[in-house]
Design a protein around this ligand. Structure first.
Ligand SMILES: Cc1cc2nc3c(=O)[nH]c(=O)nc-3n(C[C@H](O)[C@H](O)[C@H](O)COP(=O)(O)OP(=O)(O)OC[C@H]3O[C@@H](n4cnc5c(N)ncnc54)[C@H](O)[C@@H]3O)c2cc1C
Ligand code: FES
Length: 399
């Protein structure tokens, strides 16, 4: 074993020498700065945004428009359907939440986000009640895998949106109409009632101008005056309109409850998993109701989290109290005095940005979250969707 390690070290030293020699004789190519700039433009570590407009979209949803707060740093380009993570500081707690970009990817003068109030929520309520024109916020670069891929997705697309899950589809539809893409789209939009149908005027307008785009509203709690489809978005309602699943690609966006429901419908329709792209909004409101949650652990169950982290260059160990029913990431953010930051993007188990080493203890991870095999072997978890069932120990010094 020792011999193998020594061999590796020797190989490494040889390669280092070769690299140094090459750096000396080969000048840095002329395009290097351009590439660096391009890379930074597409993947800025963070973006600083300024609110320029706020518009009420419905009684519980607002549209926010942001420009880059740094004149020499234009907004990063994105693919229609992607999201950005918005970071806020609320009573000293620094946290963030992902929001899909609503605006068209064909212009980067501004980004737009549609934020819906979540009852009992933390960030959505803050954004809706406190954010004002002129405020400055930090955001991530555009992230996410929900976008049209012309090689794999084909030309017949089925969009299924629940409530504020319409936001990425608005951006995609804007892109399709602006570039006049020859794609056939069926959008199924599930809402509570007519007042809840966000961007209705724009959707109607798109549908009128583009015969290749058809929109079906399905209301679960309509007023008696509504004479459209009622109830949930079921497999029968979908099949009635699309006739066959053949060659169709499905995109599904909504909260976790809708995600669980539609996933079943997709299975019953016989849609293969690789023909569906899902995006579900955050963690469930009550994790104790999720399949697999241990019944003996209740909402009042409190545990201890031991955290190793680096503070001012030194490795520190702290122990905090946390609730089993709160994601580990949220519990850490609550401890504002520790000043711990864990990188994060989707906060729903998809992007792996929050990857953290679990040294010991038992956790519950939300079903349908995939963790890379190698991370499972070495004990890495996604704290945004992991709940501590026993006292746990995490090490933030090992990324
Ligand atoms: C990819 C993606 C795109 C999305 N796009 C949109 C969109 O376009 N529009 C939209 O409206 N939503 C969108 N969402 C949902 C959005 O990110 C949020 O989940 C939603 O706004 C609810 O956030 P919230 O903070 O209000 O609620 P929650 O996240 O449920 O906040 C409550 C939680 O915050 C924590 N908390 C509460 N108080 C404190 C405290 N004092 N200190 C620390 N933590 C505390 C607790 O853990 C509590 O359970 C998207 C989600 C994803 C994953
Ligand atoms: S923040 Fe994306 S997986 Fe945790």
């Amino acid at each position: 074993m020792e011999k193998e390690i020594m061999n590796d070290v020797k190989k490494y030293q040889k390669l280092e020498k070769l690299k140094k020699w090459r750096d000396e004789i080969e000048p840095i190519p002329w395009y290097f700065d351009g590439l660096e700039n391009l890379c930074d433009r597409i993947h800025p570590e963070k973006q600083i945004l300024q609110v320029t407009d706020i518009k009420q979209l419905s009684n519980d949803t607002k549209l926010f428009r942001f420009i880059s707060a740094k004149p020499n740093k234009p907004l990063a380009p994105f693919r229609a359907g992607q999201y950005i993570g918005i970071t806020v500081e609320i009573n000293g707690v620094r946290t963030s939440r992902p929001f899909s970009l609503v605006s068209s990817p064909n212009q980067l003068a501004y980004y737009e986000l549609g934020v819906k109030r979540k009852e009992g929520g933390f960030v959505s309520i803050y954004l809706l009640d406190k954010l004002k024109v002129g405020d400055i916020l930090e955001a991530t670069e555009p992230l996410g895998e929900l976008y049209y891929n012309r090689i794999f997705h084909g030309k017949d697309l089925v969009f299924i949106a629940g409530g504020s899950g319409i936001t990425p589809f608005i951006s995609i539809l804007r892109d399709i109409t602006e570039r006049n893409l020859k794609l056939n789209v069926r959008l199924f939009f599930g809402c509570l009632n007519e007042e809840d149908i966000l961007f209705r005027d724009e959707l109607e307008n798109i549908q009128t101008r583009r015969p290749n785009i058809k929109i079906h509203y399905i209301l679960s709690e309509p007023k008696p005056s509504w004479n459209g489809a009622c109830g949930f978005i079921t497999k029968d309602k979908i099949l009635d309109e699309i006739k066959s699943i053949e060659n169709k690609f499905f995109y599904i966006v909504g909260n976790r409850a809708m995600y669980t429901f539609i996933k079943e419908q997709m299975k019953e329709l016989g849609v293969p998993r690789h023909r569906v792209s899902y995006e579900s909004y955050g963690v469930p409101d009550d994790v104790t109701g999720i399949v697999g949650w241990p019944k003996e652990i209740t909402a009042s169950n409190s545990i201890k989290i031991t955290i190793d982290f680096i503070h001012q260059g030194k490795k520190i160990r702290e122990i905090i109290e946390a609730l089993s029913v709160e994601p580990i990431l949220n519990s850490l953010e609550r401890e504002k005095d520790l000043g711990i930051t864990i990188n994060n993007g989707c906060r729903s188990g998809a992007c792996a940005l929050c990857r953290t080493k679990l040294v010991s203890g038992k956790i519950f991870m939300l079903p349908n979250v995939t963790i890379r095999e190698i991370d499972q072997v070495y004990g890495y978890i996604h704290p945004c969707v992991s709940y501590p069932l026993t006292d746990i120990h995490i090490d933030l010094t090992q990324i």
